[in-house]
Design a protein around this ligand. Structure first.
Ligand code: S3P
Length: 433
């Protein structure tokens, strides 16, 4: 397996940008593919997951031109009825967002389709998607009664009816799949969630001309509405920025600026947690682009103290928890993270992966059923750690390695290409400057 060897870093200083937001990049391709007209996407994330989304929709006959050097995608959509029957398997690779959102589209199509992915996707639960879609009338076949991949949608009428659905756990992927099915259903579809998950689908559908009713924790959509193509500017991914911000928060004397980052309030829980720990973080040049809030983020290293992370904060920082756990090892006191059992169902079981690898590095961490208890500060020592082929685990431990004594080897470091292909280059550039 590929690996990266990392040693302690001196202060990180300078100014960078991070690659485009993964959630927004996926949606831009999907919505462009089901819209009428030409959609141009700027700042597209050149990560493996997002490329799988492009490939899947190309297999459904959509003309998609991708200029990798310019991070630009041009999609010539012919409306949702313009999608054609794929003659091959729709392979989503490692991407949970691709499979779950795409299923919301496929269940309303009159043709046969099969979706599957890699070994990680094989293990990820799909009942959370297939149950509500079935209750809308969708015909779904698949392994273990359609609760695991591969999943097949038979051909036929595939008539859907709108539902009212309360999400058992906050999940933007599930919410989005139901809304995409709702667009093809008779009547109105309403999704409620206890805690608000990321709302990029709602915002982007509105930008594509769809009427979406949003109130507090409830979203409704009426079926039969067409999407109109438009230009999309994808901001930098706050989930990728989080690794750099974490590095600057814990490596002595660091001061870092990250330009053009998406700061949608449903995604900024990591910043709130860092500020609650005593971190010095500021947003500059706040603006709104294409319906999404954007800012430049400036951070300075500061001594941190423990915090409690739970409840409505969890969906707002779900992908940042592994790196927050790394930060917590350096904070004074006991950090408790709970209500995060969803971490078990990510690209790997992120509770087990984070706790086991942090312990390898000498941290005082306990895994719980739904999170972690971390006592700090503890000095970290270099170790052999694994990414478990999960991009966010590999990157979180690279950040830990920056403050560890001795060498840390990250096995499976290439997983970072899923969401942050230039991660190691950016980090090296910052620590060399
Ligand atoms: C995503 C939603 C989240 C997140 C994932 C991307 C999305 O998953 O963890 O990385 O783009 O909708 P859940 O919806 O399962 O919480």
């Amino acid at each position: 397996m590929d690996k990266e060897t990392i040693t302690a870093s001196k202060a990180l200083r300078g100014s960078i940008t991070v690659p485009g937001d993964k959630s927004i990049s996926h949606r831009a391709v999907m919505f462009g593919a089901i819209a009428s007209g030409q959609t141009t996407v700027h700042g597209f994330l050149d990560g493996e997951d997002c490329r799988q989304t492009i490939a899947c929709f190309q297999k459904m006959g959509v003309a998609i031109h991708y200029d990798r050097d310019k991070h630009m995608v041009v999609i010539d959509g012919e409306g949702i009825d313009g999608l054609e029957e794929p003659s091959e398997l729709l392979d989503v690779g490692n991407s949970g967002t691709t499979i779950r959102l795409m299923l919301g589209i496929l269940v309303g199509r009159p043709y046969f389709s099969v979706v599957a992915g890699d070994e990680s996707i094989e293990k990820r639960p799909m009942a959370r998607i297939t149950e509500p879609l079935r209750s809308m009338g969708a015909q779904i076949h698949g392994r273990r009664n359609g609760t695991y991949t591969p999943i097949a949608i038979p051909d036929g009428e595939n008539t859907l009816t709108g539902i009212e659905y309360q999400l058992p756990v906050a999940s933007a992927q599930v919410k989005s799949a139901i809304l995409l099915a709702g667009l093809q259903a008779q009547g109105k579809t309403t999704v409620r969630e206890k805690y608000r998950s990321r709302d990029h689908t709602e915002r982007m559908l509105q930008a594509f001309g769809v009427d979406v009713d949003v109130s507090a924790n409830e979203v409704s959509i009426s079926g039969g509405q067409p999407l109109q193509a438009r230009e999309v500017h994808v901001p930098g991914d706050i989930s990728s920025a989080a690794f750099m911000l974490a590095a600057a928060a814990i490596v002595k004397d660091s001061c870092l600026r990250i330009d053009n980052v998406g700061v949608n309030p449903t995604r900024t829980g990591f910043i709130d947690a860092l500020v609650a720990m005593g971190g010095e973080v500021a947003f500059e040049n706040e603006r709104v682009r294409g319906g999404e809030p954007v800012a430049d983020i400036v951070i300075r290293e500061k001594s941190l103290h423990a915090t409690a992370i739970s409840g409505s904060l969890i969906p707002r920082l779900i992908d940042e928890i592994p790196v927050l756990a790394v930060i917590a090892t350096q904070a004074i006191g006991r950090t408790v993270i709970k209500d995060a059992s969803e971490l078990k169902f990510k690209e790997t079981n992120r509770i087990d992966a984070t706790a086991s690898q942090l312990r390898q590095m000498g941290a005082d961490v306990q895994a719980t059923e739904d999170g972690f208890i971390i006592d700090g500060p503890t000095p970290l020592t270099g170790a052999e750690v694994s990414s478990f082929n999960d991009h966010r685990i590999g990157m979180a431990f690279t950040i830990a390695a920056l403050i560890a004594e001795g060498e840390t080897t990250i096995h499976g470091a290439k997983a970072s290409a899923i969401s942050f292909p230039e991660f190691y280059q950016s980090l090296r550039a910052l620590s060399d400057s």
